[in-house]
Design a protein. Structure first.
Length: 194
């Protein structure tokens, strides 16, 4: 989405997000205040809180375009006999989206431990979208769908925690591909053996 086509609300949301990312990259998460972010974005503290409940939310809440991209990918995914391979296709396309700098800031803040499990929890929407996709592919096998989505989420999380943010973001995508490839999943087996 181009800047010109953004709604004013989305433009303000992104200005606050970008200011948060830039300031945290320069100073570190703890050294940046909400007032700093609001000033850098050309808004007020009150405006900041109209968009985000916390500084962590301004940094980690998913961009609306990211959620739309994930929805499109789940709709465009191949439908072969190998559901896991199809899910890997979605994940591979998904992790290759987004600016490198954003990924680096996310990784540094997540590694610092300042926010506990927040960076992981806020991205559960990815696993939820993958679960909905898997449930459509495996009707009547909710356990299998949840297992697929959780396994993919765990593989992506392991790749993210392993990736060195000093390396190119493409290395994160490669780690994600490797992690997903190392998992051997046969959907539907658990219900047949029960």
């Amino acid at each position: 989405m181009t800047q010109a086509r953004q709604t004013p609300r989305l433009a303000t949301w992104r200005a606050l997000r970008e200011a948060t990312l830039r300031l945290v990259a320069e100073r570190g998460f703890a050294a940046v205040s909400v007032d700093d972010v609001a000033a850098a974005a050309g808004t007020s503290r009150r405006t900041f809180f109209n968009y985000f409940p916390t500084k962590a939310a301004a940094l980690f809440d998913p961009d609306p375009e990211l959620a739309e991209r994930l929805r499109r990918l789940t709709g465009e995914a191949p439908e072969t006999a190998d559901v896991w391979a199809d899910l890997r296709w979605i994940c591979a396309a998904f992790v290759r989206w987004g600016p490198d700098d954003t990924l680096r800031v996310y990784r540094r803040v997540a590694a610092s431990g300042e926010l506990g499990d927040y960076p992981v929890q806020v991205h559960r929407h990815v696993e939820t979208a993958l679960e909905a996709w898997a449930a459509r592919r495996l009707p009547g096998d909710l356990l299998g769908a949840r297992l697929l989505a959780s396994t993919a989420g765990a593989a992506l999380g392991a790749a993210f925690r392993t990736w060195d943010p000093a390396a190119p973001a493409a290395e994160f995508a490669e780690l994600a591909d490797r992690a997903l490839a190392q998992v051997h999943v046969r959907p539907g087996r658990g219900t047949e053996d029960a």
